[in-house]
Design a protein around this ligand. Structure first.
Ligand code: NDP
Length: 476
């Protein structure tokens, strides 16, 4: 019997994805560069469904029904190209190659264009949810042609996470759109994690409370507007006690956060597109700073406050203030992420449905949160929102949060607790709503030193002042 779908690359992600397909009733052809992983999968999980193991790429391709649908789950980068190069000569026009790895969207665009010439569909598909998601139902962000989605979509929707019966899988758009949206998802994840970490730090310092007590606070937040996977696991992590020392787990972990690179890609791409995603950028930079151990050690004696307990009215409202600051800053991070998707969608002609994209992230992925329903509603109500923040629900929530947000940033500054996420999100919010920005002065400076010209508020055209002469204004 020819298999419905193939998976090549059977490390943690590929193996679990193959099992997910099989558990959902699809017959799955499985293949891996080195044979051991294929054999292990087939022998360990044969009871879960139908697996067709193969050793060579030729056997693998021959074991699939046509048009062939092959999911590549190998290490992103050169290994993906190597697998594509190996499989392509064995495929026929109409076959579909899917890259489920964390590819850069520009690589996906390049690969899609090259394979299109051979009549082969290449679908870059973002998959989130890690190992467990791959097995139990990930959030899936498929790119590629409409035609490839018509064949592939029903399988992907079947294995994806579901929320209220709706699959967390929607065709995002052509070529690199799926991987782009996955990249932004990861960027938002960075921001969300940073904001939660700042909340923890400020509350711990300001109220002098234990990780266990903090776990309780986060657990409480999880039953309200902030209900999300990341808040839920934060409570779990804070509750954890290290068996060896009896100390709070969070106190025995080295405070240097790692990054795999998708956060950096998000920021690099935003710079190229000219989209201010300051919340995500601060989160990426905060991780970089954490990793600069020698610099941090050298600077440890620099003057300034070092935390300390707050008192009086500040102490009374700090928990609720931090909750609202987190909520507001999170809105900013999402608004910026969606702005980046909008910019790319325009740049590359993807026509991404923003409301549908918000539904993909409601389940199965790291940033799943109750709040995504509100984002979906906002974009479904008004597809051309200037910013998510001006949608009525968000504008009202920001109105309710903004005083707390300011108190939190003020308290953090006074205590010397770094909150780049909160502070930059607030600065972005204030920048966005400011009637006139000091960019006017910057334009003046630019015209002064570089004759870059400026535009006026009261007349059309470009102008330049003769700064070194009579300082007269002339049309440029
Ligand atoms: P890895 O990224 O660790 O990759 C290992 C797999 O790649 C193995 O099957 C390996 O084969 C294969 N491979 C490496 N080089 C080559 C090559 N030159 N030719 C053929 N095969 C090669 O596996 P993961 O399962 O962690 O991730 C798979 C993909 O999914 C990656 O792109 C990753 O970024 C992405 N991803 C991972 C997530 C996670 O939580 N881990 C979450 C979401 C996406 P061999 O056994 O022969 O060495």
């Amino acid at each position: 019997m020819a298999a419905d779908i193939g998976v090549t690359g059977l490390a943690v992600m590929g193996r679990n994805l193959a099992r997910n397909f099989a558990r959902n009733g699809f017959s799955v052809a499985v293949h891996n560069r080195s044979r051991a992983k294929t054999d292990a999968l087939v022998s360990e999980f044969a009871h879960e469904g139908t697996f067709v193991g193969s050793v060579t790429a030729e056997e693998f391709v021959a074991s699939l029904s046509t048009p062939r649908k092959i999911v590549i789950m190998v290490k992103a980068g050169a290994p993906t190209d190597a697998v594509i190069d190996e499989l392509t000569p064995l495929l026929e026009p109409g076959d579909i190659l899917v890259d489920g790895g964390n590819a850069h969207f520009a690589d996906t665009r390049r690969r899609e264009a090259a394979l299109k010439e051979k009549g082969i569909h290449f679908a870059g598909v973002g998959i989130s949810g890690g190992e467990e998601g791959a097995l139990l139902g990930p959030s899936i962000m498929p790119g590629g042609s409409e035609e490839s989605y018509a064949a592939l979509g029903p399988l992907l929707e079947k294995i994806s996470a579901k929320v209220d019966g709706t699959p967390c899988c929607v065709h995002v758009g052509p070529d690199g759109a799926g991987h782009f949206v996955k990249m932004v998802h990861n960027g938002i994840e960075y921001a969300d994690m940073q904001l939660i970490a700042e909340s923890y730090d400020l509350l711990r310092q300001g109220l002098d409370i234990s990780p266990k007590e903090l776990a309780g606070i986060f657990r409480g937040w999880n039953s309200g507007e902030l209900d999300s996977y990341l808040i839920e696991i934060t409570a779990e992590v804070l509750d954890q006690v290290d068996a060896a020392t009896g100390k709070a787990f969070v106190d025995i972990v080295l405070d240097q956060a790692e990054q795999k690179g998708t956060g950096r890609w998000t920021v690099q791409t935003a710079l190229e597109l000219g989209v201010p995603i300051s919340g995500i950028a601060e989160a990426v930079f905060a991780r970089s700073l954490s990793g600069h151990a020698e610099q941090r050690a050298a600077a440890a004696d620099l003057p300034g406050p070092r935390g300390g307990r707050v008192s009086g009215a500040v102490a009374e409202t700090l928990v609720e203030d931090v909750r609202l600051a987190l909520y507001a800053s999170k809105m900013v991070a999402y608004a910026q992420g969606f702005d980046q998707i909008i910019a790319a969608s325009k740049e590359f002609g993807w026509n991404v449905d923003l409301g549908a994209t918000a539904t993909i992230w409601r389940g199965g992925c790291i940033i799943r949160a109750r709040f995504l329903d509100r984002i979906r509603e906002a974009y479904e109500t008004s597809g051309d929102l200037a910013s998510l923040l001006v949608a009525p629900f968000f504008a009202k929530a920001l109105e309710q949060a903004q005083e707390s947000w300011r108190r939190v940033v003020t308290t953090a500054v006074e205590l010397g607790v770094p909150t780049p996420g909160f502070a930059s999100a607030l600065a972005y919010y204030d920048g966005l709503r400011r009637e006139r920005l000091p960019a006017a002065l910057i334009q003046g400076q630019r015209d002064f030193f570089g004759a870059h010209t400026y535009r006026r508020v009261d007349r059309e055209g470009s102008f330049h002042v003769d700064w070194s002469g009579e300082r007269e204004e002339n049309p440029a």
